[in-house]
Structures are given as C-alpha cells and as structure tokens.
Design a protein around this ligand. Structure first.
Ligand SMILES: N[C@H](CCC(=O)N[C@@H](CS)C(=O)NCCC(=O)O)C(=O)O
Ligand SMILES: [Mg+2]
Length: 502
C-alpha cells in the first residue's frame, strides 16, 4: 500500500479530506495487486511480450485485418495483472466441468425433451425454428455418426451477496478463446514471476492453463476415432474474423502435436466446394473431412442466405463428427438452460443425487415467460428490473437486456401478445465483487473498477456408450468495467484476464 502511505504523508495534515482520500485510495489500492507506479513500468514490457507471443487480434481499423493473416494486428485487450478469485470457487467450477460435459450429452439424446422445451420458442424465434427443423430432418434420415465431440465453456460469476458461484450460461458452440486463454495465463505467469522479488505477489497463484492443448487433444481423439488417416479437420469460420489468431493457435497446436491438417472454410465455401460420397464421407475441395469444428453458424448473421443453411445441412448429413452436432447446439440454448433449472427436470438427466445437487447449486434464478405461472415473475421484473437480465435465444454477445429496459421490453412483449415472450428467458442478475484492475487497451492503460466472469472449458469425446475423454481443459477470465452491462471481449466491453487464486 505504498501509494496510500505516500499520499497520506504528502498531505501531512490529518484533515478529514486527507483521511477520506487515503481511505478511497486505500479501497482502490487494496483491490489492485500493485500500485499505479509499478503498473506504469510494467505495461510496455507486457505489450512487448504480447507482440512476441501471438497475443493478438485483428485491428478493426485496418480493412483486411479480418481476412489476411499478419495484416492489421493489435494486442488483445487485457488486464495487466490477474484478478483475485477465491481458490475454493475456482476449484468448484473446475469440478463441475465433467458433470456439465455429461449433462450436455445426456440432454442431447432426449429428442422429446428438446422438441417440447423449444416448441413455443420456435414459434417466436425463426433461428431456433430453423435449427429445430434441421434437427428433425437429420433424425428422420437417421443420425450417421455415433462419435460425439463436445468443446464447451461454462461461464460463471461470483455473487458477492451470497458468495455463491453462479452459472451465467453454458456455451456449446464456437466457444471463443481456447487459444488466447492459454496465452493470457502465460503472460500473467511471466509478469507475476517478475514482480515476486519486489512485491508480495506469488506466481504459484496463477494457475497453469493448458486449454489449447486440451482442445487440440479432444479434436485429435475424435479424428482418430473416426479412423481415416488422410482426413482433415474442417474449421468453419466467418468471412471476416477479428479473432482469427485465437483460432489459429488451436489449429497450430493440432498440427504441431498430432500432425493433423486443419482447413478453414466459410459456410458459403463449404456450399461451393463440399459434397458427400456414396458412403457419407464429407469431401471439401477434394479433401476428405472427418471432424467439423464450428467457429461460425451460431448466430442468424452467419446465414445471410439459403446457401449457408444448405452448407450446414450438408455437413450434418455427412458422417463427419460435428462439434457441435445440431443436438449439442440446441442443448446450449438459453431456453434449455432455463428448463433444466425447473424442479425435477435436471434430476431426470442426472440420477445421482449428489451430482444433481452440485449442479443445481450453481444455477442462478431462471424463469420461462410462457403461460400463467410466469405472471408473477414478470410483474416482479417490471417492478424491480435491475435484479434481472432478459435474454433471447442468441449467442455472440450484445443481445441481452438490462436495467430499466427489462421493464419496457417486457411491457412491450406483453402488449404485442402472441408467442413473443416464449423467445426469451428471465435470469437473476448476478452482482460480482468489484476490483480495481489496470486495463490495457490500444497500448495505453487505465485503472478501472471492474467485475469478472470465469469461463471453464470442457472437452468430451464419446463413441456410442464408450466415453473416450471427459475433462476440464482449462479456463478463461473476462474482466469488464463494473458499470457496463454486456461483457464480451469481441464486442469491446471486456478484456482477457486470468484468475489469481486467493
Ligand atoms: N468470432 C467468433 C466468436 C464466437 C462467439 O461469439 N462465441 C461465444 C459463444 S457462442 C463466446 O465465446 N462469446 C464470448 C466472446 C467474447 O467475450 O468476446 C470466434 O471467436 O470464433
Ligand atoms: Mg454465450
């Protein structure tokens, strides 16, 4: 607390303003891991490290930064130092990973549950309706592949009022940062190690993070299980990709560790260059493909025409292992998250009482908005909107409604009548502890009051009844200024961070 002491002596007089100022700095100081002076010297070193270690994203101000590798790169927006997270909460989140992997697989097999749970939603949400109709088509034609590959990220916030670790959402498609998540942990390990001699920091409290290797291993296991040595892994990407280096880190590891080729295609390119052989093999531009890994296809914007839907159907019809399959994709819908939280529903998929209890323990308040029973929660949310988040069935960030807008949006949906409300769920708003972090963006840093969201990556490979892999692969922390509602790094609200176990 060097800074606080120095400020107090400078002001020498014990006037209330000095005490007040010290208190404020004390509060801010106690949250930041090092005083601003130390941060000032550390930033240039961190920026050099970032450039030297591929800790980069596209610079949106450069036209071809999303299409031409190596052109228009900027450092990933990051927290200069890791953020304190209780070791017990981190351990709990890690523990939950393999349980959620199993849950995703079990729910994906229950056709009636998925169809019933989304029946009303599909009436109000075209995107969900398109996914469901493709799901039915695939079921009618017969699923071609018993090998399942799940690469998920379960996001949590620590509710400061109760200390509870609460799940924000479970992503089952296109989870960002299995590449850069590892790199930010390495950056923090490097910086904290350097500070050990001059501060009380302890580098052993920066957990190692092998998520890139973990996801590469899972991809290789699915590829191996498929059994075609000349096949490649297909990564389905968006035409313009700000986050391509996160994706390349993963492809690079797959090639480096397993010698497997990874090809990158957009949905439109799959449509133009793809076909299925008589025995169901997916072939793209002459290259056999045994695993399809989606980093696109999770939002309506990825389907600007019927061409992209046809490409998705072609891949779903093929014998390639999809990550995710259409059923795994549907399991990740927020409506499913809410349905599973209903009394007795989770327990249908998780017979073990102990496991069901530990899963349910991390559920935040979740409510559907269909039917008479939702009347009271809707009224409560209109009266106290700040305690809730209103969520559509959308991925990719920037789609949720917060604060007073929750009340106006609900009122609007009620007035519109029909099935509109069925496309949304209401969720308890979680208020995490506020920290002071040094956020490094566009080469400059600023001390900000922030809140963080912990992501745990999970990997699951299964063939019929045989579980080949079920593990927690690594983690990610996303930190945003505490007054901002949305929290995406891609959408510019948050930075990449890592936990400092306290
Ligand atoms: N550009 C695509 C982005 C893919 C994407 O948005 N994924 C969702 C889960 S569906 C997600 O992880 N959101 C956190 C993003 C953030 O905080 O920046 C990619 O990276 O492949
Ligand atoms: Mg999401």
């Amino acid at each position: 607390s060097g800074l606080a002491t120095r400020r107090a002596t400078e002001s020498s007089s014990s006037s209330s303003s000095a005490l007040k100022e010290m208190e404020e700095v004390q509060f801010a100081e106690s949250e930041a891991l090092v005083p601003a002076g130390v941060a000032n010297d550390l930033v240039p070193e961190a920026l050099v490290w970032a450039a030297l270690h591929g800790f980069v994203v596209g610079d949106r101000s450069v036209a071809s930064s999303g299409t031409t590798p190596g052109v228009g790169m900027a450092h990933v927006p990051f927290s200069l130092l890791p953020t304190p997270i209780p070791a017990t909460a981190f351990a709990q989140a890690v523990e939950l990973s393999s349980l959620f992997n199993d849950l995703i697989d079990r729910v994906s097999l229950d056709v009636d549950f998925l169809k019933q749970a989304l029946a009303r939603t599909q009436k109000a949400d075209d995107f969900t309706a398109r996914l469901l109709s493709m799901y039915s088509t695939i079921l009618d034609e017969g699923v071609k592949q018993d090998i399942r590959l799940g690469l998920s990220r379960s996001d949590y916030m620590l509710d400061v009022a109760t200390g509870d670790l609460l799940q924000v959402e479970l992503n089952t498609i296109s989870c960002s940062y299995p590449g850069l998540g590892s790199v930010v942990s390495d950056l923090h390990k490097y910086l904290v190690t350097e500070l050990e001699s001059s501060t009380k920091l302890d580098s052993s409290r920066v957990p190692e993070n092998k998520v890139t290797e973990g996801f590469a291993k899972a991809l290789s296991l699915a590829w191996k299980e498929y059994g075609n040595k000349s096949a490649a892994i297909l990564m389905v990407v968006q035409g313009e990709e700000w986050n391509m280096y996160d994706q390349h880190w993963l492809s690079y590891r797959v090639k480096e560790l397993y010698g497997i080729r990874v090809i990158r295609k957009t949905l439109a390119q799959v449509h133009a260059q793809g076909s299925i052989t008589a025995d169901g093999m997916l072939v793209i531009d002459g290259q056999a493909v045994s695993v399809v890994y989606y980093r696109s296809g999770y939002t309506p914007a990825d389907y600007p025409s019927e061409v992209e839907w046809e490409a998705r159907l072609l891949m779903e019809r093929s014998s390639a292992v999809k990550c995710p399959s259409i059923s795994y994709h549907l399991v990740g819908a927020k409506k499913i998250q809410q349905e599973l939280a209903l009394p007795g529903v989770l327990e249908r998929f998780v017979p073990d009482k102990q496991v069901a209890a530990s899963l349910r323990k991390c559920f935040a308040g979740l409510w559907g908005l269909e039917g008479a029973e939702s009347e009271s929660i809707i009224q409560t949310a209109i009266k106290e909107p700040h305690r809730f988040v209103l969520k559509p069935q959308r991925e990719g960030g920037g789609n949720n409604t917060y604060g007073d807008d929750v009340a106006s949006k609900l009122t609007e949906l009620i007035a519109a009548g029909g099935d509109g409300l069925a496309a949304y769920i209401l969720m308890q708003r979680i208020f995490p502890a506020v920290h002071t972090s040094y956020l490094v963006r566009r080469g400059a840093y600023s001390a900000e009051k922030t809140v963080s969201e912990l992501g745990i990556f999970g990997a699951y490979v299964r063939n019929g009844d045989r579980v080949i892999l079920n593990e927690q692969s690594g983690h990610l922390l996303r930190t945003k200024v505490s007054h901002s509602n949305e929290g995406g790094v891609a959408s510019g609200y948050a930075v990449l961070d890592s936990p400092y176990l306290s």
